[in-house]
Structures are given as C-alpha cells and as structure tokens.
Design a binder for this molecule. Structure first.
Ligand code: B12
Length: 351
C-alpha cells in the first residue's frame, strides 16, 4: 500500500466520506472568477472576502514548502422532520441543524492528523482548514477528484450530491495527485429556475446580494424590501438550490450524529421564543455550539420578523408590537414591516 492509499484508508477509518489529493498550485480560472465576482460587488457586505487575495498570498507564503493538499468531504445530509406543532416556526438550512461543523470537523481533522503522523517522519506537518481559511475549497475538491462544481456553485459529488462539507490538510508530504473530476450539470437548470430570489446567474455564479443564505446569515443591515416576501419561511440559511438538485434524490443519511438535529437546534426555530433572548450575551450563550451563532441577535430577530410577516398570522402581533421597542433599530424596522404585512393579510381576508 502506498502512503497515499494508506492516508485514504485512515481518512475513511476516521469517518471522512470522501478523500482526494491535489497540488498546492494556483488555478488561474478560479482566481479570475473570484476577482471578477468581487469587483462586481456580488459579495455584498462580506468584507472579509475583500482581503481574500492578500490573505491567500500570505497563507501560501507561510506554507511555501507545501507539496500536497489532502481534500476531505463530510456528508452532512439527514432527513428533515417537522416539529412545528402549531408554533410559528422558521426553517433552518440543513448545514446548521446540528453542532457547529467547524468544531466537529476540526476535532476529526486532529484525529486524522495524529493517525497519519504516526506513520510518517517528524518533519511532516498537516495544516488543517475548513471554511475559514482563504482557500478556494470547491476548486480544490474538484481538482482532487471529489466531484464537479454545479450550477448552484456547490461541489457535487456523484455519491453525496451537494451535501458535503469540505475540509483540507495542507502538507509538505509529497503525495501523488488524483485526477481532477470532469463532469457538468448538462442541460439541468432546476436550481437556477427554483431559486426564490433568482440569485443564481445563467453563468453558474451566485449573486450573494440576492441569495437567501447570504441575506439571513452574512448580511448585517436591512433586508431589501423587494426580497423580503421571497425569503418565505427561511429564518437561517437556505437549501432551495440544493434540495432541487437531482443528485439529492439518492442521498444517504450521514453517520456523523453531531451534524444532525439531535445535536443542535434542528430543522426549525420557534420564532416567538427567539424574542425572549434579551441581550447579545444571552444570544451568544444560547447558540454557542451551533452554526446559528454566525448571526447576531439583531440579525436573527430581523429574520424572524421577516418570516412572521410572511406567515401572516395575527398570533404574532403582540410580540411584534413589543419588538417595536427593541434596543435595535434594525429589529424595530423589520417588526414594523411584519405588522403591516400581517394587517394586510387580515384586511384581505375580511374583504
Ligand atoms: C462566501 C461563501 C458563501 C457565500 C457566497 C456563496 C458562493 N456561491 O460563492 C454565501 C453566504 C451566499 C454562501 C452560501 C452557502 N454556502 Co458557502 N461558502 C462561502 C466560502 C467562505 C467562500 C466561497 C467563495 O469563494 N465564493 C466566491 C465565488 C466567486 O464563488 P463561485 O462563483 O462558486 O466560483 C468559485 C468556484 O466555484 C470555482 N469555479 C467556478 N467555476 C469554475 C470552473 C472551473 C473550470 C474552475 C477550475 C473553478 C471554478 O472558482 C471560483 C473561485 O473559488 C466557502 C468556503 C471556502 N473557503 O471556499 C463556503 C462554502 C462554499 N459554502 C458552503 C455551504 C454549505 C453553503 C450553503 C449550502 C449554506 C446554506 N445552506 O445556507 C449556501 C449555498 C448557497 C450557494 N448556492 O452558494 C460549503 C459548500 C460545500 C460544497 N459541497 O460545495 C463551503 C465550501 C464551506 C465548506 N467548507 O464546506 N457561502
């Protein structure tokens, strides 16, 4: 068994669902797409992406002796269960149902690192990454043979569809690279057609400013008026373009229990209960182990107001009226909008 085969076996033994190797070389096409996307302002308020190029250069300067990237995929698919029981609830994107994947994956990467280290010499290092490092993770995964980049911009694996988290180990160990995966969505355009806000462009890129995942997680200010109704009942993230993907049909459930509803807040949040959290400190404490902590209290309450406005139930009015006095003007404004939406629905029913 070669060291590459041994590492793949260790990755599977540790629980990773997909593993491939690639070289730490810039991919010009990806660099160009990213630069153009950002110059067109399609990253919205994600200021951290503006320093991406600079950060990527300094990252690779730090790891100038790196010889390989081990790319790992984690299946996070689990079945949806509705728990609303008559409560007013908002949907949560699947990636956030369980414990914070950054922490869960980092722990598994450490385990894998230790296992590989036992089999190689002391000079070898493995720098872990998942989501937060300035890397083009989907391009790396495509290059390492894990799948191809679909029109909704997710890495699509033939085995796991779009439901793979991506992570990497950057190493100075020389490993034979895998063949890049060649594939395409062909004429399928379900994700483009079904996106409620038409955020996916014909070219297969996402204008984040319209994407519900961006609006409900990364966007910190007001949600544009014309997009509020289209958000429907998504209170944190969105999975529409993943759910309609034909590759989802054959999806297997994950065996990582930490990533399923049992380990976190699950598929839906009780919207009225969210307003019981009165301070940022309480919010941080409540969501500390969940990916939902990425949204601040005021962002989450803003989203809750939008969903309540869309649900149109007058049972939400007392809480929304109280929210008009919330310390956050962002929450006040969205509560005002929600109240007017609900009253509009009530008026239409009477007419
Ligand atoms: C910023 C970001 C977002 C933004 C912007 C999304 C986007 N499409 O770019 C927002 C907040 C909207 C977002 C949403 C989501 N995200 Co996100 N996000 C990222 C992040 C941090 C950077 C992505 C990025 O660089 N975008 C820039 C633009 C220009 O990307 P792009 O148009 O797709 O083009 C790039 C590649 O696709 C590639 N490419 C495209 N075409 C071609 C063609 C060729 C030939 C080549 C070589 C390359 C190539 O090159 C470009 C530069 O990288 C990555 C983590 C990371 N470091 O990579 C996670 C990441 C992409 N997100 C992830 C997830 C899970 C999600 C959500 C599903 C979460 C949710 N349910 O709410 C949604 C999906 C929405 C969607 N359809 O994109 C996963 C995706 C896993 C996968 N299987 O692909 C990642 C990889 C995190 C991880 N480590 O697992 N995300």
């Amino acid at each position: 068994m070669t060291i590459k085969e041994r590492i793949k076996a260790l990755a599977h033994e540790t629980g990773f669902h997909a593993c491939g190797m690639t070289l730490p070389q810039p991919v010009q096409e990806a660099e160009d797409i990213f630069r153009q996307w950002q110059e067109q302002g399609k990253h919205g308020e994600m200021a951290y992406l503006e320093q991406y190029e600079e950060r990527r250069q300094s990252f690779w300067k730090r790891f100038s002796d790196a010889k390989s990237i081990i790319v790992l995929g984690i299946n996070y698919f689990s079945k949806s269960e509705t728990k609303s029981n008559g409560y007013l609830t908002g949907r949560v994107a699947r990636y956030a149902w369980g414990r914070d994947y950054h922490k869960v994956i980092s722990e598994k990467l450490e385990l894998l690192k230790e296992k590989i280290k036992r089999e190689v010499n002391d000079e070898v290092y493995f720098e872990p990454a998942t989501d937060t490092k300035p890397l083009f993770e989907r391009t790396l995964a495509q290059q390492a043979g894990l799948g191809f980049i679909g029109k909704q911009t997710q890495l699509l694996s033939l085995q796991f569809g779009p439901w793979l988290f991506l992570s990497e180990l950057i190493t100075n160990l020389k490993l034979e690279p895998d063949q890049p995966f060649q594939g395409s969505c062909g004429t399928c355009r379900l994700c483009i057609d079904e996106c409620p806000t038409h955020a996916i462009e014909e070219t297969g890129h996402v204008d984040a400013r319209k994407c519900i995942a961006y609006l409900t997680i990364e966007h910190k200010t007001e949600i544009p008026m014309e997009l509020r109704e289209k958000i429907g009942n998504w209170v944190f993230g969105c999975d529409e373009c993943l759910t309609v993907c034909p590759y989802t049909a054959k999806q297997k459930e994950t065996d990582w229990k930490e990533l399923t509803s049992e380990a976190g807040f699950g598929t839906e949040l009780d919207l009225l209960q969210l307003f019981e959290t009165k301070s940022n400190r309480d919010h941080k404490k409540k969501f500390a182990h969940s990916p939902i902590s990425r949204a601040s209290r005021k962002q989450l309450l803003r989203n809750a107001c939008v969903v309540l406005g869309n649900l149109g139930s007058d049972a939400a009015l007392p809480i929304l009226e109280k929210a008009l006095d919330d310390p956050s003007p962002l929450v006040q404004d969205h509560a005002r909008w929600a109240i007017s939406q609900i009253k509009k629905v009530a008026k239409n029913v009477l007419l």
